[in-house]
Design a protein. Structure first.
Length: 401
């Protein structure tokens, strides 16, 4: 095969911040032509957030590599005409506005599907389009809270709840959205009329589904369970060494291997029933005391000799130096405009037949405005008039991937 999996498909990305843009970038990483739309007077929030160089932020770059940029004011009628024309020619449209707001820029889902029946119209919302919370403003940390994630992060010793220190709820919603879009595209291929559909992704429901398999194992059985078993997360622990930290899960070690790795087989041999661990917290304390006398290399070698899964706690600025990451070139470096030298992970998939798509460039706002309008049939004089009227913004082109 000579083409990337989604080569030839066009995606119209009218979303912002994380959930929608990351969804669209995942599709770009599979070969789709993604057009990112921004209002010139209200650019994507991530363009002004976090570390930056040359006028572009790392936050924006990490969510928008491989896209073309169109700067158009969808509040103006001529801007809406442009957006509708693009929706009519797209395979996928992605938006993450509150329910009903896309219609204000001319992209009502029912109208879009009426004009382009093959369109996959993907809406990412906080709580879905129906229900008492449907219209509420939502951000990642709110979804973490209402889905149970914050309670799950509660420290057993202090009772203090906590958030994860990255936008987990947004990002996993993006992956759920990309999965739903790919499924809808597959369904379209099998439909004799090649009909698309409106796909709704609720961040709340995406996070409930993500948390449930292990995080809600104690809440899955309604009423009294026959057997009350341990929850693995209750035993998550970081073990300091003399020069760093490691992680290991004693009861998944296996337990006998953990004990022997620590030079104390009697910790395990003394138990009358080896299928039952009488006090895992006590074992963790014993392991912690022993690991605390070893350096990181020694501790990892001891566990490896007994086939016990363990790993070092790697600092953020050293993640790209992990031997496995280096061997597989999991984190790449590029020289891009206007950021200069950057690092970014390659897509998490490797296809056996189709070529891999590795994008390095992210567009400055409006970089491809004229190019995209030319493709829609707008001549240069009309484009100049739209620019003069403030409907669109054009920017100087950078260089392509």
């Amino acid at each position: 095969m000579s083409a990337a999996p989604l080569a030839g498909l066009r995606v119209l990305d009218v979303s912002s911040v994380i959930s929608g843009p990351l969804t669209a970038m995942l599709l770009a990483d599979m070969g789709a032509d993604v057009i990112k739309v921004e209002n010139p007077s209200a650019p994507d929030f991530t363009r002004a957030t976090g570390n930056s160089r040359g006028g572009m932020t790392a936050f924006y770059y990490n969510l928008n590599r491989g896209k073309r940029s169109l700067a158009v004011d969808g509040r103006q009628q001529k801007g809406q005409d442009i957006l509708r024309a693009l929706a009519d020619q797209s395979d996928v449209l992605i938006e993450n506005m509150r329910p009903g707001k896309a219609a204000r820029i001319g992209l009502d889902p029912d109208e879009c599907l009426e004009r382009n029946p093959s369109l996959i119209y993907a809406s990412i919302t906080g709580y879905g389009s129906t229900g008492p919370a449907a219209g509420e403003p939502v951000y990642d940390y709110v979804i973490q809270a209402v889905s149970g994630m914050v309670d799950l992060q509660r420290d057993a010793a202090t009772g203090k709840a906590d958030l994860t220190r990255h936008f987990l709820a947004d990002k996993l919603s993006s992956h759920a959205a990309s999965e739903a879009i790919l499924a809808a595209l597959f369904a379209r291929e099998r439909d004799s009329q090649r009909r698309g559909q409106h796909v709704e992704i609720s961040m709340h429901e995406a996070n409930l589904a993500f948390l449930w398999p292990d995080g809600m194992m104690k809440q899955t059985i309604v009423g009294q369970a026959d057997v009350e078993a341990i929850y693995p997360g209750d035993y998550y622990r970081v073990y300091p060494t003399t020069d760093g930290e490691i992680v290991v899960m004693p009861f998944m070690g296996p337990v006998e291997g953990v004990c022997r790795a620590m030079g104390h087989p009697e910790w395990f041999d003394g138990w009358p029933d080896r299928s039952v661990v009488p006090d895992m917290y006590a074992l963790q304390d014993l392991v912690a005391a022993k690991v605390g006398t070893m350096n990181t290399r020694e501790a990892l070698a001891a566990f490896a000799s007994h086939d016990v899964p363990a790993g070092p706690v790697v600092a953020l600025d050293k993640v790209h130096e992990h031997p496995q990451a280096q061997y597989r070139q999991s984190v790449l470096e590029h020289d891009v405009e206007p950021l200069g030298r950057v690092r970014n992970p390659r897509p998490p998939w490797r296809f056996g037949l189709t070529p891999e798509v590795v994008h390095s460039q992210a567009a400055v706002m409006g970089e491809h405005t004229a190019e995209i309008l030319n493709e829609l049939g707008y001549d240069n004089s009309t484009i100049a008039a739209l620019s003069e009227a403030g409907v669109i913004v054009e920017a100087e082109s950078g260089f392509a991937d």
